[in-house]
Design a binder for this molecule. Structure first.
Ligand code: AMP
Length: 175
């Protein structure tokens, strides 16, 4: 299956979970084995040798763990506040519909490790920005950020590139 055919399975749900939000529902893509494999292999093609794969709760976990498996590398969860059991570091951020806090285990990343960071959607870029800061505060180096989709008109990718000029940011489609 071609990448564009896989991405065409993403379904837009207008006014969910609030009026004016165009929610990007990835479940039809995940339910299609060929599409899920195509996206996993595409994401894995961006990895450097020996990279760790970090995913953002919750939908980022789905792709990040599949990519980690594909690369035979480790998976690092970046979770919402209060979910990780060991000592954490936290980073708060604003998003398209509300505010939130992300956390990572303080010892999740070996200092100097290269990290491939994955989430499903870039809207304002706040979530990925907070995750990059957490990885950097752990001593990791974010080599590449990957998302399936970037919401048009919210300038999320542009904001990330301005704030983190050394980090590569790739989304497979703008919608
Ligand atoms: P942001 O921090 O504004 O870039 O928002 C990105 C995060 O919120 C991602 O983890 C997405 O899962 C979720 N998100 C934000 N907006 C949408 C949307 N329109 N459709 C689906 N997920 C979204």
């Amino acid at each position: 299956m071609q990448i564009d055919d896989a991405l065409s399975l993403i379904r837009e749900i207008p006014d969910y979970p609030k009026p004016s939000i165009r929610f990007q529902d990835i479940t039809p893509l995940l339910a299609n084995a060929e599409a899920f494999t195509t996206i996993t292999k595409k994401f894995a093609s961006f990895a450097e040798q020996g990279t760790l794969v970090a995913g953002i709760e919750a939908r980022g976990f789905i792709f990040a763990s599949a990519v980690a498996h594909e690369l035979n590398s480790g998976f690092i969860p970046i979770r919402k506040a209060g979910k990780l059991p060991h000592r954490t570091i936290s980073q708060s951020y604003g998003l398209e519909y509300g505010d939130d806090t992300l956390e990572i285990h303080i010892d999740a990343i070996t200092p100097g490790a290269s990290v491939l960071l994955i989430d499903d959607v870039i809207a304002t870029g706040g979530t990925i920005g907070a995750a990059i800061e957490l990885i950097q505060r752990c001593g990791g180096r974010v080599a590449h950020v990957l998302a399936l989709l970037e919401i048009d008109g919210l300038s999320g990718k542009q904001r990330l590139l301005e704030k983190f000029p050394t980090v590569n940011v790739t989304s497979l489609v703008v919608s």
